[in-house]
Design a protein around this ligand. Structure first.
Ligand code: AVJ
Ligand code: FE
Length: 441
C-alpha cells in the first residue's frame, strides 16, 4: 500500500468536517419548539440527532482514536441509539438546543486537534487513511438525511431549495427503456476504498445470469398508471405481507400524495404542488415497490444485479466507484447533496450513465432491492457490531444508490443502506429488472 499524502488528506478531512457541520446546523436553525418536539413516532426529536452526532464523534475520534478522557460520559447512555427507541427519546433528559450546540462544537474543536496530530499512515485501522474521520463524516451526513426526513414529516416550510437541475429527456419517464446486462462474473463490494464501511467488504466475485434492468428509476407518471389501474386494490400484485401492510396502513398512494379535484398533489416541505410525472417516484415502501414490479410484469433487482449494472466496467474488467468512473460526481453527473429539494426529472444526467447505460443510479432516490441485508462472505465487523452486524437478517431490505438528500461523501457504487420494508418517510424509490429469456442471452 502506497503511503498517502498526509497534508492533502488532512485538508480534505477538515473541509468535509466543516461542510457536514454547516449542513447539520442549517437543518437545526429553527425555534426550540420545532427541535424538541417529536414530529413522528418513527423519528427522534431533531435536537437528539444533533447531540448524537457530537457524542458519536466524541466516542470514536476523541476517545477511541485520540485517547482523550471522556468529556461528558454521563450523557453517553442518552445518545446510545440501542438503549432508547426513537419513540422514547423525547421523554429523556436530553440536552436542549443551546446546550447541544455548545457540546458538539466543544467536541469538534478537540477533533480538529486530533486531526492535526494524528499519523494517517499509522497501521491502526481506525487511524490509517483517516478512517475514523470518514466514519464520523458519513455518520453525520446520514443523520442529516434523517433530519431532513423528519423536517419533511413536520411540514415545516422553508427547506425547498429550487436548485438548477438539468431538464429531463422526452420519453424517459415512460418506464419502457431497459438496459441489458450480459451474464458473467463481476466483483461486488470493495477492499480498496479507504472509507468504505465493514458491510461493503470484502470484495468478492459474483456470477450472475443475464438480466435486463430499467434505464431509469420508476417515474411518478408510471407509478400513477399503477394506481389508476387499481393496483393498490388488486391482491394479484401484492405479497401476503404486503397485503397485510396495505390493509393495516390503508395506503393507496405514496406518502405525502393526495388526490384533489381529479388531480394528484404532493406536499413537499410544507408546500403543495402537482405531482410531476417525469420525476422518480419517492416515499414508497418496499411492499409498494414489490407490488408495482409485479403489476409491470417485472421484479425488483437483487442487490448484486443493482451493483453490477451500476459500477461494473466489463471492458476494463473492474468496478468503478461511480457509474461513470472514479471521478467526483459534480453537477453534471448526479443529483446529490440537497442541491434542490427533490429528485431530478428522468434523463437529466446522460453523462452519469453506467457502462451498461443505466442512468440516475446515484442520487435521486434510494432504490429498493429484493435483497435482505446480509454479510458478504468473509465479513468482519469493524469498528463495532452495532453499525452493520446486528442488522443482518431478514428484517431489513437493502436500498442502493443514494437520494438527492445524500451527500457525495456517503454515496458510491458499493454503499449499502437498509430499512424495514414498511418504511417510506425516507427518500425511497426503485427501478425494476427481469431475468433475460434463453433467446435473449
Ligand atoms: C445505514 C441509514 C440505516 O440511520 O440507522 C446512523 C446509519 N448508523 N447511525 C441509520 C446510522 C448509526 C443507519 N442507516
Ligand atoms: Fe447514529
Amino acid at each position: 500500500e502506497r503511503d498517502i499524502d498526509e497534508h492533502e488528506v488532512k485538508e480534505l478531512i477538515a473541509a468535509e468536517l466543516t461542510a457536514v457541520r454547516s449542513r447539520s446546523l442549517t437543518y437545526t436553525d429553527a425555534d426550540d419548539d420545532l427541535l424538541v418536539r417529536q414530529h413522528s413516532a418513527l423519528m427522534s426529536p431533531l435536537v437528539w440527532d444533533l447531540a448524537h452526532v457530537g457524542n458519536y464523534e466524541e466516542l470514536w475520534v476523541l476517545r477511541e482514536a485520540g485517547g482523550i478522557t471522556p468529556l461528558r460520559p454521563e450523557i453517553d447512555d442518552l445518545y446510545d441509539a440501542f438503549k432508547h427507541p426513537r419513540r422514547d427519546r423525547p421523554s429523556l433528559p436530553i440536552l436542549g438546543p443551546e446546550e447541544a450546540r455548545r457540546y458538539i462544537s466543544g467536541v469538534r474543536g478537540r477533533v480538529l486537534d486530533v486531526l492535526d496530530e494524528i499519523d494517517l499512515n499509522d497501521p491502526d485501522p481506525l487511524r490509517r487513511n483517516g478512517f475514523v474521520f470518514g466514519l464520523v463524516i458519513q455518520h453525520e451526513h446520514q443523520h442529516d438525511e434523517t433530519m431532513l426526513a423528519t423536517l419533511q414529516l413536520s411540514g415545516r416550510p422553508g427547506l425547498v431549495i429550487e436548485g438548477d437541475l438539468p431538464p429531463g429527456r422526452a420519453g424517459a419517464a415512460s418506464g419502457a427503456e431497459e438496459v441489458f446486462v450480459p451474464g458473467g462474473p463481476f466483483v461486488m463490494g470493495t477492499d480498496l476504498l479507504p472509507w468504505a464501511y465493514d458491510n461493503e467488504r470484502p470484495a468478492h466475485r459474483v456470477d450472475l445470469p443475464a438480466y435486463w434492468i430499467d434505464r431509469f428509476p420508476v417515474s411518478n407518471g408510471a407509478y400513477l398508471a399503477f394506481i389508476e389501474d387499481g393496483g393498490y386494490d388488486d391482491p394479484r400484485w401484492w405479497s401476503a405481507e404486503g397485503l397485510r401492510w396495505r390493509h393495516k396502513s390503508g395506503a393507496s398512494a405514496p406518502l405525502f400524495w393526495t388526490k384533489d379535484g381529479g388531480a394528484w398533489w404532493r406536499t413537499r416541505f410544507g408546500r403543495r404542488e402537482p405531482v410531476p410525472a417525469d420525476e422518480p417516484v419517492q416515499h414508497v415502501c418496499w411492499y409498494e415497490a414489490d407490488a408495482y414490479a409485479r403489476w409491470a410484469g417485472r421484479r425488483l433487482p437483487t442487490e448484486a444485479e443493482w451493483e453490477k449494472a451500476c459500477g461494473w466496467d466489463p471492458v476494463a474488467d473492474r468496478a468503478r466507484k461511480y457509474p461513470w468512473g472514479d471521478g467526483d460526481p459534480g453537477p453534471g453527473r448526479a443529483n446529490l447533496g440537497h442541491r434542490a429539494a427533490r429528485p431530478a426529472p428522468l434523463g437529466a444526467f446522460p453523462d452519469g450513465a453506467s457502462a451498461y447505460g443505466a442512468e440516475q443510479m446515484i442520487g435521486e432516490v434510494w432504490e429498493w432491492t429484493s435483497s435482505h441485508f446480509l454479510p458478504y462472505p468473509g465479513f468482519r465487523s469493524f469498528p463495532y457490531p452495532e453499525y452493520s452486524e446486528v442488522f443482518f437478517g431478514s428484517d431489513y431490505r437493502v436500498l442502493r444508490g443514494g437520494s438527492w438528500a445524500a451527500d457525495p461523501a456517503a454515496v458510491r457504487t458499493t454503499f449499502r443502506n437498509w430499512d424495514y420494508p414498511i418504511r417510506r418517510q425516507i427518500f425511497s424509490g426503485f427501478r425494476c429488472a427481469r431475468s433475460a429469456s434463453p433467446e435473449e442471452v
